[in-house]
Design a protein around this ligand. Structure first.
Ligand SMILES: Nc1ncnc2c1ncn2[C@@H]1O[C@H](COP(=O)(O)OP(=O)(O)OP(=O)(O)O)[C@@H](O)[C@H]1O
Ligand SMILES: [Mg+2]
Length: 464
């Protein structure tokens, strides 16, 4: 069992370079692949599985490979979590030597994640798994492969230790950048002084030739002026060549614009008699849901209990009452037409100005160039962010978010959390991401045993 990656370079046809000469060799172990949305995690496992071919370099594999991809057609399946767990089990039980898993915990509830962790821990072959879930990485992997700036770097340590080391490295780079910035400022000042001097000597040159001649200065001042101009130019050049020209990324300060201040006046109690899908009762007795501006209601429950179905019903009811609801649907929807640039689609669907869209997108790490690509040329997380952007830019009184953090990188989750905490709207959220819901929730309801139950706190639920 070996994965040997040698001098791999890869770019998509339009010149989007994803990897520039990466190397690593694995002969055993469980490896977590981490990195921001769009850095190339999915591309890497597609290269390893042979679905994509590199322009340069070789990948040698020994052993049978099985890959479970990031997205699938969920068809009409109402609980993608149940289906996802089945796909994962099938993959493990097919007994491969090398198992490649792309964000396997998305859509899984806490029990599903537990089952999967157990399966992976007992798996004796090589596992390469992509995840943004810290706890999951810690419980299932012993090594971390970080993808960043077109490179892959292997850390032979668990995620927690990797994270500490990574933070230290970042900090050091940042300090170096600050030092260089200071040096650069000093250089800039020198350039300025040289330029001023050169200007002054020009002025002297501006004295009529006959005067200069009279003063015997002509040749001398020309030389001085040229020399000053040249050194100013050289210094400017050096400044531009500076390696640390761009700021090492700091992971703070990204804030999603709360463009619409919501009315903050919603307060209603909605009554439901049941929740039914295809004549199956998911909830079989009447219940009430309170929707209030400034409140964040978390709807919890295991995979398949009917959370999304309840959200659909809730949306319908609010819509009938003419409440303005924006609804973020779980998973990537296929509605994005591929021939119209995403930015145009976003503008058309929302009626919002481009600058506003770009500002909200920017806070989520999505730039204009990405929004001019066709949707199938974005990474999973990037496309998901486009969907999220659509929900956040246009006005709403109630925002429904179904599993918004699936596929979202760390920065994305932080930005979304801050946005929700600042929002005055009424929010209803379904998420299995414990950390995220702990940070946003004010009210809790749980679907269990075919009933909708009010919980006082999240802790009650997690301890149950
Ligand atoms: N078919 C394509 N053509 C051009 N560029 C693409 C294509 N597919 C992906 N990309 C770009 O290549 C880069 C790597 O994409 P990839 O899907 O590997 O990212 P990722 O790390 O898996 O991200 P995520 O966490 O969002 O899943 C991204 O910047 C993406 O926009
Ligand atoms: Mg991916």
């Amino acid at each position: 069992m070996v994965i040997d990656v040698k001098n791999i370079s890869f770019q998509f046809d339009q010149g989007n370079i994803v990897f520039d000469n990466i190397n690593f060799r694995l002969s055993e172990g469980h490896i977590g692949i981490v990195g921001d949305n769009g850095v190339g995690k999915t591309t890497l496992i597609n290269l390893i599985s042979g679905r994509l071919l590199p322009q340069k370099g070789t990948i040698s594999l020994e052993g049978k490979v099985k890959i479970v991809s990031q997205f699938n057609d969920w068809e009409d399946y109402h609980s993608p979590g149940e289906l996802q767990l089945q796909r994962l089990k099938d993959a493990v039980f097919s007994n491969p030597d090398i198992l490649l898993l792309d964000e396997p915990t998305s859509n899984l509830d806490k029990n599903g994640i537990k089952v999967l962790s157990g399966l992976i821990r007992h798996f004796s072959g090589i596992v390469l798994l992509i995840s943004h879930d810290f706890d999951f990485l810690d419980s299932t992997t012993d090594n971390i492969l970080l993808i960043e700036n077109r490179r892959a770097e292997l850390y032979e340590q668990k995620f927690e230790d990797f994270q500490l080391e990574y933070e230290k490295k970042r900090h050091k780079e940042f300090q170096m950048y600050e030092v260089q910035k200071k040096q650069k400022n000093q250089q800039r000042k020198s350039v300025q002084r040289l330029q001023e001097k050169s200007q002054r000597s020009k002025k002297v040159r501006g004295i009529s030739n006959s005067d200069k001649k009279a003063k015997g200065l002509a040749g001398k001042y020309d030389k001085v002026q040229n020399r000053l101009a040249t050194s100013a130019k050289n210094m400017r050049q050096a400044l531009n060549d500076n390696h640390y020209d761009s700021k090492p990324f700091t992971k703070i300060g990204l804030k999603i614009l709360n463009y619409y201040q919501n009315s903050g006046k919603i307060s209603m109690q909605l009554s439901f008699s049941n929740v039914k899908v295809n004549e199956n009762y998911l909830v079989n007795s009447p219940f009430k849901i309170n929707i209030k501006s400034g409140h964040v209601l978390s709807l919890l429950g295991d995979n398949g209990v009917g959370k999304t179905s309840l959200l659909d019903k809730l949306f319908q009811k609010l819509d009938e009452k003419n409440v303005h609801v924006n609804y973020f649907h779980q998973n990537i929807n296929q509605d994005w037409c591929s021939s119209i640039p995403l930015i145009t689609q976003l503008m058309n669907k929302s009626g919002i100005r481009e600058e506003i869209i770009l500002e909200v997108a920017g806070a989520l790490g999505v730039n204009r160039e990405m929004l001019t690509r066709s949707p199938n040329k974005l990474s999973g997380g990037q496309l998901l962010k486009v969907q999220l952007i659509l929900c956040l830019i246009s006005a709403f009184d109630v925002l429904i978010l179904d599993e918004p953090t699936n596929y979202l990188d760390y920065d994305g989750v932080v930005a979304l959390t801050t946005y929700i905490n600042d929002s005055k709207a009424a929010l209803v959220i379904v998420s299995h991401d414990k950390r995220f819901i702990e940070n946003v929730t004010t009210d809790v309801v749980v679907i269990e045993n075919k009933k909708v139950v009010d919980y006082l706190t999240l802790q009650d639920y997690f301890n149950s």
